[in-house]
Design a protein around this ligand. Structure first.
Ligand SMILES: [Zn+2]
Length: 230
């Protein structure tokens, strides 16, 4: 059983007996074939009034196989079986990361792909500590606090400020970077996603943009030279 965000429900329909609405189409990963971003269509809904739960069968348009969904209290959505975990490859520009951070991130990725969520969360914390140290932004307090203060100490691009803001508001995720809480799959994935955004914004994107600029300048220079020759 796997919980999916209720925001994945694209459309509702009405079950005829109970006259209650149920998720009719759901944008998610197919638990059977693992295809991401498919729209599962449900059929045969049934309402269990004692458990305030709507149940239905969902069909994948890609592999045509079926899975089961439960919609509890008009709020929580579950699917069975759980979608397969697909191994994550390192972010683009991985080789541009400073060595220490690259190693820490690689460790996070490896244990994540081995589905050891606790170890993955610990490795994510280490990577984040590495980034904060590397940016010379370390200070007092917990890692989550240091992160929140990052924009005051380092000139960050706007998207990264938004990210630290998100950490501040989504206190839960921020807390996971400090506490030895037992993380589940969703938390571990959210932490790794956050690490990857950080790595991309701080290290790989600026380098790629520089490279592109240099290429464009070189092209411009070639054109100028060609014009002068003709
Ligand atoms: Zn499928």
């Amino acid at each position: 059983m796997h919980e999916i965000a209720a925001s994945s429900i694209a459309a509702f329909s009405t079950e005829s007996k109970s006259r209650r609405s149920y998720p009719y189409s759901i944008d998610t990963t197919c638990p059977r074939c693992g295809r991401a971003k498919v729209t599962l269509l449900t059929h045969d809904p049934a309402y269990d009034s004692d458990r305030t739960t709507m149940m239905a069968t969902a069909k994948c348009p890609a592999c045509r196989q079926e899975s089961h969904i439960w919609y509890v209290d008009d709020t929580y959505l579950f699917i069975r079986p759980s979608p397969p975990i697909i191994s994550r490859a390192p972010i683009e520009g991985y080789e541009l990361l400073p060595e220490r951070i690259r190693k820490a991130y690689r460790a996070a990725l490896d244990v994540h792909n081995a589905k050891v969520w606790t170890a993955s969360a610990v490795a994510c914390r280490r990577t984040l500590e590495g980034i904060v140290n590397e940016l010379h932004a370390e200070g007092e307090g917990t890692l989550a606090k240091q992160l929140r203060e990052l924009p005051n100490k380092v000139d960050l691009a706007a998207p990264l400020i938004t990210l630290s803001q998100a950490l501040k508001e989504g206190g839960n995720l921020g807390a996971h970077f400090d506490q030895e809480k037992e993380p589940d799959r969703e938390t571990a994935e959210a932490m790794l996603n956050l690490i990857e955004y950080f790595l991309e914004y701080v290290y790989t994107l600026p380098r790629m943009i520089d490279d592109l600029n240099q290429k464009l300048e070189a092209l411009g220079q070639e054109e100028e030279d060609a014009n002068q020759e003709s």
